[in-house]
Design a protein around this ligand. Structure first.
Ligand SMILES: C[S@@+](CC[C@H](N)C(=O)[O-])C[C@H]1O[C@@H](n2cnc3c(N)ncnc32)[C@H](O)[C@@H]1O
Length: 284
């Protein structure tokens, strides 16, 4: 399924008054936000579209073809790439997490449905895979990851079950991992593997570290009167966004006292938007 951009109207409203000459989109994905921003801001001279996933670029290239050389495609992590931009940017956007395309590409191991290698790398050139974490990390570290990144209340029994299983043979696939954790993980409305898979994905891609580092780098790179917007999908991410913005309060105006969430209509049309939260600042 093609990725549907979340909080699109709200993102456009945040940048509506800004004269955007240079824009840095740290999570280009399928280019949904990019297309709408380029349409709304004909003054854009340079739109830098960054993504760790080269497959995302292939899709975005089709969508953004009408803007030709205004769009620069950058492969890499936004936390590192934003610091390398020459000059300052008038707008910075990140919409974190995985895209619907990444989730649907079963062979990449993001989904607990089906059976695929335990990979979960957004960047296929990245060093760390989910298999490495699951088969090599000490039990205590596994429990910490599941508790902190997945908010899995049964993190310790899950870590123990994994360590017991891997003594017999390496855990190679998502299906094998699901079978191991299902009897011990938290039971509720969600599939019992949901929180553990979320935690592994965050750890493999250092998503929280990236977010904090990326926002701090964006604060250094955004021109005066430029704006920074970040869309988070769970409380851990939103807390980081809130804290980085709050710690910079001498240098920015906070535009969202409370985070902006999706309308009932958007949730109906795109259930994935349900937990999204947008925060933004203007650099003084
Ligand atoms: C939720 S999607 C973005 C969707 C996009 N805004 C759109 O409208 O199509 C997130 C994308 O960000 C990329 N991504 C996640 N973390 C990243 C990082 N630290 N650096 C660069 N790209 C990242 C993922 O590979 C994925 O393609």
């Amino acid at each position: 399924m093609r990725h549907i951009p979340v909080l699109l109207r709200e993102v456009l409203d945040l940048f509506a008054e800004v004269n955007l000459r240079t824009f840095f989109d740290g999570t280009l994905g399928a280019g949904g936000h990019a297309k709408a921003l380029l349409e709304a801001h004909p003054e854009i001279e340079r739109y830098i579209g960054c993504d760790r996933d080269p497959r995302a670029h292939a899709l975005a290239q089709e969508v953004l073809a009408p803007w030709g050389e205004k769009v620069e495609f950058v492969h890499g992590s936004y936390a590192e790439q934003i610091a390398l931009v020459d000059g300052c940017v008038d707008g910075f956007l990140i919409d974190v997490g995985v895209s619907s395309m990444q989730f649907d590409e079963k062979e990449r191991g993001f989904s607990f449905m089906g059976d695929a290698p335990l990979d979960m790398r957004m960047d296929p050139e990245g060093d760390l895979t989910a298999a490495e974490i699951v088969n090599r990390y000490p039990e205590k570290e596994l429990a910490r990851i599941f508790f902190e990144y997945g908010e899995e209340r049964r993190s310790r029994p899950v870590a123990k079950a994994i360590v017991e299983a891997r003594k017999k043979r390496p855990i190679r696939t998502t299906g094998e991992l699901v079978d191991i954790i299902k009897p011990v993980a938290t039971r509720g409305k969600l599939h019992p593997a949901t929180l553990v898979f979320q935690a592994l994905r965050i750890a493999v891609n250092d998503e929280l570290g990236q977010l904090e580092k990326g926002l701090k780098a964006a604060l250094e790179k955004t021109c005066s009167s430029g704006r920074i917007a970040a869309i988070a999908f769970h409380s851990l991410e939103d807390r980081i966004v809130k804290n980085v913005f709050r710690d910079a309060k001498e240098r920015v105006k906070i535009l969202t006292k409370k985070p902006i969430g999706p309308s009932a209509e958007e949730i109906r049309a795109n259930p994935r938007s349900r937990s999204s939260k947008l925060r933004a600042v203007e650099v003084l």
